[in-house]
Design a protein around this ligand. Structure first.
Ligand code: KG4
Ligand code: ZN
Length: 357
């Protein structure tokens, strides 16, 4: 099965050709992504109108490049998968319209994909260097990105994912900011460009994670939810004080290391709590924040003590942030379950900014 995936939910314009073999082994034949980061940087965050306009300008080139790089002929494509929810509605609509047009012209089935199912499917993008797919269930899956910090307890391989997967397996979520959003807002306070996660990650390597005591919200053992807005306020107050005292610049790496440690501590404490509460045997982290080096190091040191039977799984770095390969893989799993849209319904597919799940 060969799937063309399209992703335009936020600020990455991406197309990919993925070939599925032996059930759920997803081989990425090509991936072509244009990141709009530099375009949004002067505004300190993603500007939705600019994002949609730029997707319009780049989507055709991304699809053409993905097709050419894969050396696949259009006749070999089994179906087209597109992110249609959640995301910036104008941005989503560009991908959805392109996918509809191609599905109509090429007479291919169209599969709408939930962006978070795409992140979950990123674990199945094959990599011969190291095992990525979890093999023991239940699996605790943490989706940690710029828009979401959700914990799921999954009992099935992708071929058996129920349609309400994201609703029925959700066990914890953030009550305010997402972890990536916390990284980005704190980075902005500390004077780094958008998106700030990777800048904090780098700067923190030079600092002391115990330099400042910053809050870890919702410490109660019965709660699996997150809250990061208090941390952002605490860092802001601290930065103002250090500026007044004239030592902000010299303390910046300590601030980064301490803030990062607070986010990593919060993430890990609820992840391990959920592993315990739900008797999970394996753990996987996906989404942009899963690229964080401190988070990966801490997990490396701590997973055995949590009673997990295999090392935590992460997608390859390039599949942690938004990309169309994960959307193609998620679309393939749904396609093999028979969930492509019938031809007569295909053209009515819409983008949904905030779906219930
Ligand atoms: O999954 P993603 O590409 O987009 C969403 O679906 O939101 O995640 C983007 C987020 C941003 O908030 C970015 O700052 C964060 O992932 N991020 C990181 C790192 N790399 C990206 N956060 C912490 N450390 C990193 N190395
Ligand atoms: Zn994402």
């Amino acid at each position: 099965m060969v799937i063309l995936g399209i992703e335009t939910s936020c600020d990455e314009c991406s197309a990919s050709i993925v070939k599925i073999e032996k059930g759920t082994q997803a081989h990425v034949l090509s991936l072509s992504t244009f990141s709009q980061i530099e375009i949004h940087q002067p505004y300190g965050g993603v500007v939705p109108e600019i994002a949609s306009r730029n997707h319009l300008e780049t989507i055709n080139a991304m699809i053409e490049t993905a097709l050419r790089d894969s050396q696949i002929q259009t006749q070999e494509i089994s179906a087209i998968a597109v992110t249609n929810r959640p995301g910036l509605v104008g941005a989503l609509l560009v991908g959805v319209s392109a996918a509809k047009a191609l599905a109509y012209a090429w007479k291919k089935p169209l599969i709408p994909v939930h962006h978070l199912e795409g992140h979950a499917a990123s674990l199945y993008l094959e990599d011969l260097e190291m095992p990525r797919r979890p093999t023991a269930f239940p699996l605790l899956l943490a989706i940690v990105s710029g828009g979401h910090t959700n914990l799921y307890c999954l009992n099935q391989e992708p071929e058996d994912w129920p349609l309400d997967l994201l609703k029925s397996s959700l066990v914890g979520r953030t009550r305010d900011d997402a972890a990536g959003e916390a990284f980005d807002k704190i980075a902005k306070i500390l004077g780094f460009p958008y998106p700030g996660g990777m800048w904090i990650d780098e700067e923190a390597k030079k600092g002391d994670p115990t330099a400042y005591a910053l809050p870890r919200a919702l410490p109660q053992k019965a709660i699996l939810d997150y809250s990061f807005s208090g941390l952002k306020t605490a860092v802001s107050l601290l930065a103002t004080r250090l500026k007044k005292e004239g030592c902000f610049e010299s303390e910046r790496s300590n601030l980064c290391a301490s803030a990062q440690e607070a986010i990593v501590d919060a993430l890990l404490s609820k992840i391990f709590l959920a592993v315990k509460q739900y008797g999970c045997k394996s753990l996987a982290l996906v989404g942009g924040v899963a690229a964080n080096s401190r988070l990966r190091l801490r997990l490396d040191e701590e997973w055995k003590r949590a009673g997990l039977v295999e090392a935590p799984r992460f997608p390859k770095l390039k599949y942690c942030t938004d990309n169309a390969a994960m959307i193609a893989a998620a679309g393939a799993f749904r396609f093999s379950q028979g969930h492509a849209l019938p031809f007569n319904e295909m053209l009515t597919l819409n983008a949904v900014a905030n779906p219930e799940i």
